[in-house]
Structures are given as C-alpha cells and as structure tokens.
Ligand binder design. Sequence first.
Ligand SMILES: [Zn+2]
Length: 326
Amino acid sequence: MDFDTLLKTQKKVIKLFHNSLRKDRLVHTYLFEGAKGTSKIEAAYYFASMILCKGDNKPCHKCDDCRKIEKEIHPSLFFIKPQGGTIRKDQVEKLEKEFSLTALSETQRVYIIEDIDKATAAAANSLLKFLEELGGDKYGILITENVNQVLPTIRSRSQIISFEQVPPTLIAEELMLRGVDFEISFILSRISNNVDECLELIGDGKILDLIELVKKVGFTLASKTKDPVLVFYEEGEFLLKENDKKYHRIFLDLLVTLINDELSFILGETSEIIFKNTIDNIAPYLGSDYASKVGEVEKLLSFKQRLNYNINLELFYADLLIEIVR
Ligand SMILES: [Zn+2]
C-alpha cells in the first residue's frame, strides 16, 4: 500500500480524517465517492491505520498494526470487493459474522467495501441492518465511482466524502519521479488520472508505439512533407491489427491533443502544451491558420464516433487522413 499519491493529491480528505479523530467526531459509516484513480482505496487503508494504530502520531506507519494494514494482513480489517460483478448477500453475511465474533482484545474493527454500487438488492438490505447496529469502535468505509447508483438508504446512513480529480500536472510529476520520460509523462497524464494505470499502460508496451505513431502522423499532417496516409501505413501496421478499440480511441484522442497543442502554440499559450518536445519540430510549419486546425479537431472527433460501430479499420484511417488533409 502506497500512501504517497494519496497524501499529495487528497489533502482535504486527510485533513478531515485527522480533525474528526482529534475532535472525536468520527462516524461509523463513510461513503467515499469519486472518479477512478482518486486514491479512495488508499484513503480507506489510511483511515483503518488511523483507527487501529497503537503509535502516538496515528497512523505511525511503524507499529505492528500499521505494518499489517499496509501488507493487507491485519485481522481486524476486512475488505470486500465484487465477485463476478456484484457484491453478494453471503459476502455481507460473512462480514457480519466476523464482526459479531469480537474478542476482548480486539474491539476495534474496520471494514471496507469496494464498488458498493454493485451490491445486489439482497446484499444492500443485509448491509443496511448491519449499518444500523454498528457501534463502538467499529467503522465501515463504502467506496464508489458512481455515487448516484448507491441506494439512497445507504447514502443517507453514511457521511459522504468526495474525492476530487487529480490535476494532470500532478500525475505527470509523479510519473517523472518514477523515472518516466518528461514528454511521455505529460501525454500519459491526459490518458489516465491514475499513476498506477499509467505505469500499467507503459508496461503493456503498446502505448509507447502509439505515442510515437501520433507524433509521426501529426508531424506529417502539419508539415505536409510526406503523404500522411503512406506514413500511417508504414508505421501503423500494429494499430491496424489491434482489435481492442481502446487503442484506436487513444490514438484519436492523442492526435486531437497534439492539434490542440498546435492551436495553443499559434495562440502563444505554450504552457498549456502537452507534446512539449514534439511541438518544437512542428512549430516551424505552423502558420497562423487557427480555423483550419479547429476544423481538423472537429473532423477527428466526428470520426471517433464511428469507432462505436463495426468498421474496416484500414478504410477508416485512410478516409480520416484524407479528410483532414483536404
Ligand atoms: Zn501505527
């Protein structure tokens, strides 16, 4: 469990935890809501450490309890996540049983339920009863990315804590601290709001090739030094063979990002630029034709819609590039 990103990006939440603990205002059930990648699980483990820590400055990250929590092996911390797409009634019942078997030495307990919006009706009913009976040093943290899909009866029995989106610049800085290249860090921070997910994308290998292809096609489109369709077919064979539409969407999104960078450059707003190195190569070819760049972005976005259907990818990219050059 890594709390670095959490501590850097969710300062308000951490402050709320500490204030509530100090003023003895903790509630028994919290509902953490926020987009993917906003360190909600880490915050739940941090909260559990605060409750179960035996050190002076809670969480001390040094005592046995803190260390067991960070290794995810603490006997008083229970973690539930969907199995086969849902949180089931028997998972909640098992939790209730564990909580009723309280040894004298371990009165403090914390449970965490990830994706509470995926609870079946039966599981949610079972949980509601449990929430009402929860008292003493027992705490529950429910986590969701879709707060509107959580049952109102569960919402009303919880203190809702909202996790704000992390600014992309912070994600980029975090990636650079982990050794990722300067420009790649900024580009990835636009694809995902989660450092771990960015690192996974690099790990799966395709993303770096994809970024390289965007740079080459983008350069050709702006400089008109070569036929962009030809460049695409020479360099982008791997993408044409790719069946996962996710990568095609990323390709188009990044090409839009690059053209937006060109617009920023034309307007002199260089601090906004994401392709921080590539733009230097393209800059000599950029005139002041703002309108045609806006047109390119519009064409790309309308082509992106077509990815929702069954399409022939070779024809799709040929049409797209010809349309942009026109
Ligand atoms: Zn501790």
